[in-house]
Write a protein that binds this ligand. Structure first.
Ligand SMILES: CC(C)(COP(=O)(O)OP(=O)(O)OC[C@H]1O[C@@H](n2cnc3c(N)ncnc32)[C@H](O)[C@@H]1OP(=O)(O)O)[C@@H](O)C(=O)NCCC(=O)NCCS
Length: 245
């Protein structure tokens, strides 16, 4: 396999890149219909914090992952829709897309990772009896099956809840593809979430503060993290003085 890059697409990228992302998600028949506008909104929100990530092999789009549901709980990171082009599957591109979401979760100090799946539609996620080849995607990353939700889908299909602690992510290091680079932004909004979480952990579970400081260092070892400054730091006066960088 060629060089793999995983990063959050931006609105200022060329139109054809965005079209390719829409089209990949629309063509993944295992997923429900996704509105173009909602995908665009995800990409727009990438300017504030990661909400959609793409994987490229030698510059060709191979997979996309979105963040799951609204982030109402600061301590929780939810995986959303994940799709890998059929011909690129089973080469750990999906694993790489989960991994970048985990890295983002660490930058925000989120201590829990969660995913919901519909096993009848995606048996390969949980490795059920109809998934004969492989152990299943989530078990391969040592996610735990927490249970089946009391509510079901509109078509009366079960929804399973899977999860993992963010501090137990070493498994990813053995499973991400070789020659894969990861790039993500660290924005003021993300740093504010991190601070909020650390204040909470300090009061309730102080060991997490130390664990997250080690994890933060680990993120900058395994990925390129672009640290973004506050917009308000760019004062007109600073521009005159040549202080903007
Ligand atoms: C789920 C999906 C994203 C996985 O992408 P992928 O790049 O093929 O996944 P990986 O190569 O990282 O798989 C990691 C491990 O998961 C397990 N796994 C993945 N696909 C599997 C399958 N079809 N059957 C059994 N196990 C599977 C394997 O253990 C695999 O490791 P291995 O190849 O070394 O045995 C891809 O199958 C897909 O796009 N499916 C359609 C959309 C979907 O169902 N999304 C999930 C719900 S939102």
């Amino acid at each position: 396999m060629g060089k793999i890059e995983v990063k959050p697409p931006k609105l200022n990228w060329a139109g054809k890149d965005l079209e390719a992302i829409y089209s990949l998600l629309q063509k993944t028949t295992e997923l429900g219909f996704l509105y173009k506008e909602s995908i665009k909104a995800h990409i727009k929100e990438n300017e504030n914090r990661g909400t959609l990530w793409a994987a490229y092999i030698d510059g060709v789009l191979a997979g996309v992952a979105t963040v799951g549901s609204r982030r109402i709980y600061p301590h929780l990171a939810r995986h959303g829709e994940i799709a890998v082009v059929v011909k690129y599957r089973r080469q750990r591109i999906g694993t790489a897309l989960y991994f970048i979401q985990v890295l983002q979760g660490i930058l925000e100090g989120r201590r829990e990772l969660e995913d919901t799946i519909i096993p009848q539609l995606s048996p390969w996620m949980c490795g059920g009896p109809t998934c004969s080849d492989g152990i299943g995607f989530l078990p391969s990353l040592e996610y735990t099956h927490y249970g089946t939700l009391p509510k079901r889908t509109g078509g009366f299909k079960d929804i399973q809840l899977w999860g993992k602690h963010t501090t137990e992510v070493q498994i990813f290091e053995d499973r991400i593809p070789k020659d894969c680079s990861f790039e993500l932004d660290d924005t003021p909004k993300m740093r504010a979430t991190y601070e909020k979480n650390m204040k909470n952990y300090e009061k309730r579970e102080p060991r997490l503060v130390d664990e997250f400081s080690v994890l933060l260092q680990w993120v900058s070892d395994v990925a390129t993290v672009n640290s973004k400054k506050e917009e308000k730091e760019k004062k007109p006066d600073d521009r005159k003085k040549g202080l903007i960088y």
